[in-house]
Design a protein around this ligand. Structure first.
Ligand code: ADP
Ligand code: MG
Length: 693
């Protein structure tokens, strides 16, 4: 089959619906979706029947309400279509009720105290703006997941709420500007980085198996210093994997577009063409799932963790964000007329102000134990949030603020709503890769999220932050007598008051940390520093104002994130102890025995075995150091084995005591690795993992 034939063939999409649903049903469904209303049951029944017929024709046997609990992965429980027909046979059935709402015993999903275990059931509700699809013979219905009292237990519900918020606020502003748009949607393009390593080697390392991250490993002779992997030729075996993955994604309607090798050896990236935020979120979840599943078939293991290997780059997920209207306008596209320019500058100013005012939240939404290893390690943006606009756009904004001439493209004084923006070269905006939040021509690229993170969280936050500022703008502009001068004033004032967030320099440099401090920007290097700010009064108020998260929902999320942070570190520490005790110490011991035996035999022959004797001494000293660190880590982990009481203080304990003790154990172990004979070492080394694929 050709690619256009394959594309979306497993999706109950617009054209399938139009083709298969009775005309009036299709029309009513479209209207319900456009107006954001609930489906009524008779309509749902008609859709369910046709959806089931379509799915059964394609070999599906079960259906599932596919949802995204707060763990960030997707969850599904499969129910068969079969129903007894009374004569010992079965028929395939699926009702409207089953389509729009499901119940699920979800007591094992984290709820952060939102749902007591005695009322463990939650319900799932179809999100008809995201198409149903077939995966592994299961009809998957994208759904939201809530408690019976209506609290969101998932990532989709707040995302949908935030999309509604920004739709409303952006429309208020657009109306003032005279636009005839009736709907505004945030668009997301999520670039996904990942590692592919050989499955056989993977299965020999407990750290990768238990934590998806290597906890020991000496620096190999070569890492990424030659830059020969980035955009390099893709190895045949990897190319076959990518081709297989693309095909599966296309069948599910995912617009997988760009694939290339990334900076680190064994690291790759897949970028789809952007789409509406909730669909892009679903598609990214599917992409991650299929990346893992396809890897197995090709003898690989796909690692989506943020920092699987020391000494080489970790993996991120760049989230490209823009806003567009149903009239086909990208609101972040600098236009060609004074009116379009004014609109662009206003939305740009809204993002600048939002990011400045809520910089803490942008750090909060990317916080996790593993992403902490990436941020600020000169391979990913620092933990300080700032905006990159590029020198030209910054100069234009400066000239607007100062009312001075803008020189680069002929002398020009910029007056918002009157003049046309000079045509600044777009590619100059994309050079600086050290910025967490970069304007890249007609969208913003948020580069702090880690590779494993769901797109939903950061997108929900950005939508809400910008919606809030747009509301403030609308309040200010609504009564204005002279719109042009009000606009001019508002944009000037906003840029002026929020300019500290704009930084075009090197985000990796130590000078920036100092400069950011002088500017009063927040710097939360670790998850325990960042997370509590989610519940700061201004943030609780922000999310409440836009009905995105209630205070209870915020507190539950903080608890879940802390819990995950603590458990991640606890499992890592335990894994290190296990590896040290069961594998590394015995390996050194047997190597030392062989060296000592050789030295002894050599002595009996009347020669001095210098290498053997020296190495035994060196190893003995390092092993003693390692053993002390081992005992110390044992003691430090102990309190974590008791039930956790204070999440926040335990998380700080992990950061301040457990992580340093893990580092202290790793250092001598990695040095020992460089001294021990190859066949004695219990695991594939970094060199083997990263280069022998
Ligand atoms: P780079 O690696 O140079 O940042 P990529 O081509 O890998 O660029 O990824 C850019 C991503 O941004 C793609 O997913 C693309 O679809 C997305 N994108 C492009 N235009 C927009 C837009 N207006 N809104 C949101 N995302 C966009
Ligand atoms: Mg890219």
């Amino acid at each position: 089959m050709s690619i256009p034939e394959i594309f979306g063939c497993d999706v109950f999409n617009e054209s399938v619906m139009e083709h298969r649903l009775p005309k009036d049903v299709y029309k009513s469904l479209k209207k319900t979706i456009e107006e954001g209303k609930h489906l009524d049951l008779s309509l749902a029944n008609a859709i369910a029947t046709e959806m089931k017929n379509w799915a059964v024709e394609k070999g599906a046997t079960h259906y599932t309400h596919w949802f995204q609990p707060m763990t960030g992965i997707t969850a599904e429980k499969h129910d068969g279509f079969i129903s007894p027909s009374g004569d010992g046979h079965v028929i395939m059935e699926f009702s409207g009720k089953e389509l729009i709402k499901g119940e699920t015993d979800a007591s094992s999903f984290p709820s952060g105290g939102l749902r007591a275990t005695f009322e463990a059931r939650g319900y799932t509700a179809w999100d008809p703006t995201s198409y149903a699809f077939i995966k592994n013979n299961i009809l998957c219905i994208p759904t939201a997941f809530c408690s019976y009292s209506g609290e969101a237990l998932d990532k989709r519900t707040p995302l949908l709420r935030s999309m509604e918020a920004i739709n409303k606020s952006a429309l208020r502003v657009l109306k003032i500007l005279g636009s005839d748009a009736t709907h505004v949607t945030p668009n997301i393009g999520a670039e996904q980085e990942y590692f592919l390593i050989d499955r056989h080697m993977y299965s020999q390392r407990k750290d990768l198996i238990y934590t998806s991250r290597s906890l020991f490993g000496a620096k190999p002779p070569k890492t990424q210093e030659l830059d020969d992997h980035y955009f390099g030729t893709i190895k045949t075996r990897v190319a076959a994997y990518m081709e297989d993955l693309d095909r599966q994604l296309w069948k599910l309607g995912v617009l997988a577009k760009t694939k290339h090798n990334e900076v680190a050896p064994c690291q790759h990236e897949l970028a789809p063409i952007y789409s509406v935020a909730n669909v892009a979120t679903d598609h990214n979840q599917l992409t991650m799932e299929l990346m893992k599943r396809t890897a197995r078939r090709h003898g690989f293991k796909c690692l989506l963790t943020e920092k699987p290997f020391a000494h080489v780059n970790g993996s991120g997920k760049h989230i490209n964000w823009s806003l567009s209207t149903n009239t086909g306008v990208n609101l972040l596209n600098p236009g060609k007329t004074p009116a379009e320019n004014a609109q662009f500058l206003l939305f740009l100013a809204a993002v600048i102000k939002g990011v400045n005012k809520y910089q803490d939240l942008l750090r909060v939404c990317v916080a996790s134990a593993n992403n902490d290893h990436r941020l600020g390690a000169s391979e990913a943006p620092p933990s300080i949030i700032s905006i990159f606009l590029g020198d030209e756009l910054t100069a234009i904004l400066d000239s607007i603020v100062k009312g001075e001439e803008y020189h680069a493209h002929g002398k020009q004084t910029m007056e918002v709503g009157v003049d046309i923006l000079p045509n600044f070269a777009k590619d100059t905006t994309d050079r600086n890769r050290t910025s967490p939040f970069a304007f890249t021509g007609n969208k913003f690229e948020f580069r702090s999220p880690g590779s494993k993170l769901s797109v939903a969280g950061p997108t929900t936050f950005i939508n809400t932050i910008v919606a809030d500022v747009l509301d403030e703008f609308a309040d200010e502009l609504e009564g204005a007598e002279d719109l042009k001068s009000a606009l001019n004033k508002l944009i000037k004032k906003t840029i002026e008051e929020n300019s500290r967030i704009i930084f075009n320099g090197d985000g990796y440099s130590p000078e920036w940390v100092e400069e950011a401090k002088r500017r009063g920007l927040a710097n939360y290097p670790s998850t325990p520093d960042a997370l509590p700010h989610f519940a700061d009064e201004k943030n609780v108020e922000l999310f409440a104002r836009h009905n995105v998260y209630s205070e209870t929902e915020i507190r539950s999320r903080i608890e879940i994130l802390f819990d995950e942070y603590i458990k991640t570190i606890k499992i890592e520490a335990r894994t290190m102890l296990d590896m040290a005790n069961k594998d590394i110490f015995p390996a050194v011991s047997s190597y030392v025995r062989d060296l000592a035996t050789t030295a002894k035999v050599a002595g009996e022959c009347g020669v001095v075995a210098e290498y053997e004797l020296e190495t035994v001494k060196k190893l003995n000293s390092l092993t003693t150091q390692m053993y002390k660190a081992y005992q110390q880590l044992c003691d430090i982990v102990k309190p974590l084995e008791a039930p956790i009481t204070g999440c926040e203080s335990t998380a700080r304990y992990c950061r301040d005591s457990v992580i340093p003790a893990m580092k202290a154990l790793r250092a001598p172990a990695d040095e020992i690795e460089t001294l021990v004979g190859r066949k004695y070492w219990p695991y594939p080394t970094y060199g083997e993992l990263l280069f022998y694929v």
